[in-house]
Design a protein. Structure first.
Length: 353
């Protein structure tokens, strides 16, 4: 490939998981912004990786914190992080910002939710979140909420009447409706109800690995047919053993392109650029973390103490370039690779934002 492609991670982390105060090493989605570590290594390695922009998770996902208040607090925290690093980071609220980040060599930060619980019972909060710069809202996490079913709820749990109201509000405010983690019927219902194309920003293909966090061909095809976007993650759910490797990422991308077409598929790694340095020490903390998630009832089938929540041979600064090399070896054209690495997300954003 020639030139520098746009690399947009439809769901990832911007953090140094090796820092003592960081909880991201254990994948704790409920860590508050102050506990993340956006340090010099984080920024240097993110830029060195070629990353153009990343949709980060902020706000309430699970746990005992007050969803709305915690979410507003985390928006404040991230606004502060970006304000302290203007040479490295750019808050993305428009498609133009994606192009600016690419041109300037900065990292675009897209504010996104992995649970719409912070909406509470007040659809008007969607407008508040939009005004604060949120651009992606995932309807559910793994469990059911008042909008619909998560991946671990019964598969026939529908999008609720309130869920339809929230989708309408997200459409009106030009926010992405993300159906990652949703159950099958909720996903299909939302994709059909939405007047704007929807996305599944981080998932795998159920046809290859039959786990609830992965999406069926019916879900993938419907989202794509309505102009949406599907991001493939670098997660253990890509392999039935739980020990996914780079080759599995390639196979799921190939399958997704075969089902959705090459204009509707991208990447949503669900991880950071900076790799964990000491995997042996990490294993101990991972076992405790998985046990906590299982006890809280928020884990997904396929999460185990002996499976890393990332792909070991596709991480660190070279992860995107290595994926490009693997796709080239698979015979993909430069144009298709550029689409999947970032251009498809930009095109989808143009249809929504």
């Amino acid at each position: 490939m020639t030139g520098t492609p746009m690399i947009i991670n439809a769901l990832g982390q911007l953090d140094n998981p090796n820092a003592p105060q960081s909880l991201a090493a254990a994948g704790d989605l409920n860590a508050s912004g102050e506990q993340l570590t956006v340090d010099a290594r984080t920024l240097t390695e993110a830029r060195a990786s070629g990353l153009t922009a990343v949709n980060i998770t902020l706000g309430y996902v699970m746990g005992d914190l007050p969803p709305y208040e915690h979410t507003l607090h985390e928006i404040d925290v991230w606004d502060g992080v970006i304000a302290r690093h203007p040479e490295d980071l750019l808050k993305v609220t428009s498609v133009a910002d994606l192009h600016t980040a690419h041109r300037d060599g900065r990292i675009g930060v897209i504010y996104g939710f992995q649970n719409a619980e912070a909406v509470g019972d007040d659809v008007g909060r969607v407008a508040t979140f939009a005004e604060r710069g949120v651009r992606v809202v995932q309807l559910t996490y793994n469990q059911a909420n008042r909008l619909g079913g998560g991946s671990m709820a019964p598969a026939d749990t529908p999008l609720t009447a309130f869920g339809r109201e929230v989708v309408d509000a997200l459409n009106e405010r030009h926010l992405m409706v993300d159906l990652s983690h949703s159950g099958e019927r909720t996903c299909l219902d939302a994709a059909k109800h939405s007047s704007v194309p929807v996305s599944i920003n981080h998932t795998g293909c159920r046809a290859l690995t039959d786990l609830p966090r992965n999406k069926t061909d019916e879900e993938l095809r419907l989202v794509a047919s309505r102009g949406g976007f599907v991001g493939i993650y670098f997660m253990p759910f890509l392999n039935p053993t739980g020990h996914a490797c780079a080759a599995d990422v390639v196979e799921h991308l190939v399958h997704a392109v075969n089902v959705c077409g090459e204009d509707h598929v991208g990447i949503g790694t669900d991880g950071p650029v900076t790799a964990i340095d000491d995997l042996d020490a990490y294993r101990a903390s991972l076992a405790e973390h998985v046990a906590r998630r299982q006890e809280a009832g928020v884990s997904a089938a396929g999460e185990r103490a002996d499976t890393f929540p990332f792909v070991v041979d596709l991480r660190g600064v070279e992860q995107f370039r290595e994926l490009i090399r693997l796709l080239e070896r698979r015979g993909w054209s430069a144009t298709r690779i550029e689409k999947v690495m970032g251009r498809n997300f930009v095109a989808y954003a143009e249809r929504v934002w």
